[in-house]
Each structure stands twice: as C-alpha cells, then as structure tokens.
Ligand binder design. Structure first.
Ligand code: NAD
Length: 295
C-alpha cells in the first residue's frame, strides 16, 4: 500500500480520497476549505496543514482542483519538495497547455507525471466507477494505474503529456453538442404532437441513437434515472459544461482546428448559464431550446 497525498477535497476529490483510504492506502489530505478537511478526516485520511506538508513522505501525489491556474500553482509549490521519482497525478479538468506545462515542471524535477481527468461525475467518484483518461510516459502511466483502479473502473492511456485532457475535452464536446441535438428533437416532437415515449422508442433503436438520448434522456419518463426525472438536479451542472466547451474552443483555436458546432454549443450553454441556470443539470438545456420558440 502506498503513502498518498491528496490535494483538493471538493465534490469529486473528497470521495476519491475516501476510496483510496478504503483500498488501504495511507492518505494525507489537504484542501483550503476547513469543512472539506473535516470530511476527509471523518473518512479516515490524515490531514496536513498545507499542500507542501501533505507531500512529505508521499510515494504518490494526487491533485483534484478547479482549473489550470490552481494546478500549476499547487504543482509549483509541491514538486520541489517531493522526493525524486515521486509520481504526481492531476485528475482535474484543465486546458491542454497548462497540463503540458505541469508535465514539464515535473520532468525538470525528476518526478513522474500523469494527467488523468475523469468522466463519471460525483456518482462515479463516490462509487469508484470513474473513467480516467491518461496522458504521460508509459512508466508514469504504469505507476499510476494501481491507484487509479482504486477510484475508477476504466483506465485508458491516451498518449503523451496532455493527451488525457485532449480526450476529455473532445469527448465532452461531443456530449454538449449531442445533448442540444436530442433536446431540439424532443422540442420539435412536442410541437408535432409526437409523444416523448414514441420518439424515444424509435430513436433509441434507430440511427438517432446516442448516449445523451439512451442513458441521459432530457425529458422525464423514458430513462428513469436521468436528471429530467429529478427536476434537472445535477448530475453534471451546465456551468461545468460551459467550462469544458470553453476549454475545447481554446484548444481548437490554439491548434488551428475549426469546430463550428462546438462553438455554437458553447454559446448556447453560456446563454443558459447567463440566464441563471448554471447550477441546472446540462440536460436541462432542453428548457432553453423550448424557450427559443416564439422569440
Ligand atoms: P470543487 O470546486 O468541488 O473542488 C475543488 C476543490 O479544490 C475545492 O474544495 C477547493 O477548496 C480546492 N482548492 C482550490 N485551490 C486549492 C489549493 N490551492 N489548495 C488546496 N485546495 C484547493 O470541484 P469538483 O466538482 O470537485 O471538480 C474538481 C475538478 O474535476 C474540476 O476540474 C472539474 O472540472 C472536474 N470534474 C468535475 C466533475 C463533477 O461532476 N463535479 C466531473 C468531471 C470532472
């Protein structure tokens, strides 16, 4: 079992750290927020006084933070005090450029590094069923895999530095676009007098089939576990979809890729967020689509 430092104990990091404790690791945790530290303590982690203090004696360091600037700031603090050869894994969703900078910092100090953003949300974090999309050298990925397996059920090595973040934003761009498409189809069906169930029964077994329809249906009824049956309580909040679609647009602009539907999806989710619905599950975008009728 390893000595693991865990920095960033929010909605995702808290339960992920708890799963490492459950797997038998010695976890030393830190977060800026006292309530998150208290919860981690109740879950069985030792609490450090700072990020720097948490990495003393660690074999593995995990960060789960809001954005690239937080990751670079914490990695700049902790990497110089980590023992040479220590593995550092970032599970946050951040921009590809910052992820590459973080890897370069680790390499400069002789640390192994992996970018390992996740899919699966808070339910996956609690249930240890996350998918990890990993970027980094083979040796670093091999070292990270056992700890990631304690927090998730699918661990994919996508390529070198930043490849995990690239896979994450490409996947979420598909998701953001396809959820709007499914919402538009239901909004049109409503105007045409076609029932939700009839559209679902046809499209879920026809060429319109996709995850946004069959696993996360944005209208109540056909998929009982989808947030539509629960007042669009997240799940995956619309403001996080704005974040991921913005990361995708930033990456597209930097790389010279043209993604017109990704750009349009970003604008649509931004408008929903600006209207005060940032905390609504992203499948609630169907409400925005309906509201466009008659404007
Ligand atoms: P969160 O805001 O709940 O947690 C982030 C935590 O980081 C907070 O507790 C904050 O206090 C802490 N933090 C910030 N700066 C710090 C610092 N310098 N030192 C120590 N702690 C610090 O966010 P979350 O929902 O847990 O998401 C974390 C990451 O995972 C984000 O990048 C997010 O995009 C990604 N993600 C979230 C979800 C989801 O459903 N919530 C799903 C997939 C990916």
């Amino acid at each position: 079992m390893a000595n693991i430092a865990f920095i960033g104990l929010g909605n995702m990091g808290g339960p992920m750290a708890a799963n490492l404790v459950k797997a038998g690791h010695k976890v030393t945790a830190f977060d800026l927020v006292a309530a998150s530290r208290d919860q981690a303590k109740a879950d069985g982690a030792a609490i450090a006084e700072s990020s720097v203090a948490s990495v003393k004696g660690a074999d593995v360091v995990v960060t789960m933070l809001p954005a690239g600037k937080h990751v670079l700031s914490v990695w700049n603090e902790v990497i110089p005090v980590m023992a040479k050869g220590t593995l550092i894994i970032d599970c946050s969703t951040i921009d590809v450029e910052s992820a590459k900078q973080a890897h370069a910092l680790a390499a400069k100090h002789g640390a192994l590094s992996v970018d390992a953003p996740v899919s699966g949300g808070t339910g996956g974090a609690k249930g240890a069923t996350l998918t990890f999309m990993c970027g980094g050298e083979d040796k670093a990925f091999a070292a990270a895999k056992p700890a990631l397996e304690n927090m998730g059920k699918k661990i994919v090595h996508c390529g070198g530095a930043g490849a995990g973040q690239a896979a994450k934003i490409c996947n979420n761009m598909i998701l953001g676009i396809s959820m709007i498409g499914v919402g538009e189809a239901f909004a049109l069906a409503e105007k045409l007098g076609l029932s939700h169930q009839a559209l679902f029964d046809v499209a879920s077994t026809s060429s319109g089939q996709c995850w946004a329809l069959t696993s996360y249906c944005p209208v109540p009824g056909p998929v009982p576990a989808s947030p539509a049956n629960n007042g669009y309580k997240p799940g995956f909040a619309s403001n996080l979809m704005v974040k991921d679609l913005t990361l995708a647009q930033d990456a597209a602009n930097a790389a010279g890729a043209v993604t017109p539907l990704g750009k349009h999806a970003q604008e649509i989710y931004k408008a929903f967020d600006a209207a005060g619905h940032g905390g609504v599950d992203f499948s609630g975008i169907i409400q925005h689509v309906r509201s466009l009728a008659g404007k």
